[in-house]
Design a protein around this ligand. Structure first.
Ligand code: ADP
Length: 153
């Protein structure tokens, strides 16, 4: 049978315990999960690509079915390039759902072979966002309860 490969795309600036949980919960569903660090030239990042990649690699050290890759351009094109049939997205709120629904439907219109799988956030982690983590870091706050231990300033 064909290997089931899923891409979990995002900025991961930085990876949080919310992302980590979604990835762990998806492991039983797929043979391989590629964490795709997307590059958007219009975005300003807090951590460099190298640091973001390093934090993720360290977080999933020893888990051979999880890989990290960088990509630019459309997520569906990246999926086609690497032979992934699924895109994973996490849902925290109804706002996430509305936003993600349109993207998933448009992606499916572009490439019908690729499906988006939504995983609803664990209630104990649904308040966590990379954006707020960055705001706290900017003012030297302690983010250790929100991010994996590998994330260090
Ligand atoms: P993007 O830049 O695409 O928003 P993020 O790195 O912020 O990327 O998020 C990547 C994915 O992780 C998105 O599907 C987002 O909804 C999901 N996600 C982020 N934080 C959480 C969380 N606390 N719980 C569950 N899913 C989350």
């Amino acid at each position: 049978m064909e290997k089931k490969i899923a891409v979990f795309p995002g900025s991961f600036d930085p990876i949080t315990k919310g992302h980590e949980s979604i990835i762990h919960r998806c492991l039983p569903l797929f043979d391989e999960i590629i964490i795709g660090i997307g590059y958007n030239s219009n975005k300003h990042y807090f951590f460099s690509q190298d640091r973001r990649e390093h934090f993720i690699n360290k977080t999933f050290e020893g888990e051979s079915r999880i890989k990290v890759m960088r990509y630019s351009g459309l997520t569906v094109n990246f999926c086609k390039e690497i032979g992934a049939q699924f895109i994973i997205r996490g849902l925290r709120t109804s706002a996430d759902y509305e936003f993600e629904r349109a993207i998933a439907q448009m992606n499916r219109a572009l490439v019908p072979e690729i499906d988006t799988v939504f995983v609803v956030a664990d209630p104990s982690l649904s308040h966590i966002s990379s954006t707020i983590v960055r705001d706290i870091l900017l003012y030297q706050g302690d983010v250790s309860q929100f991010v994996p231990a590998a994330v260090q300033l």
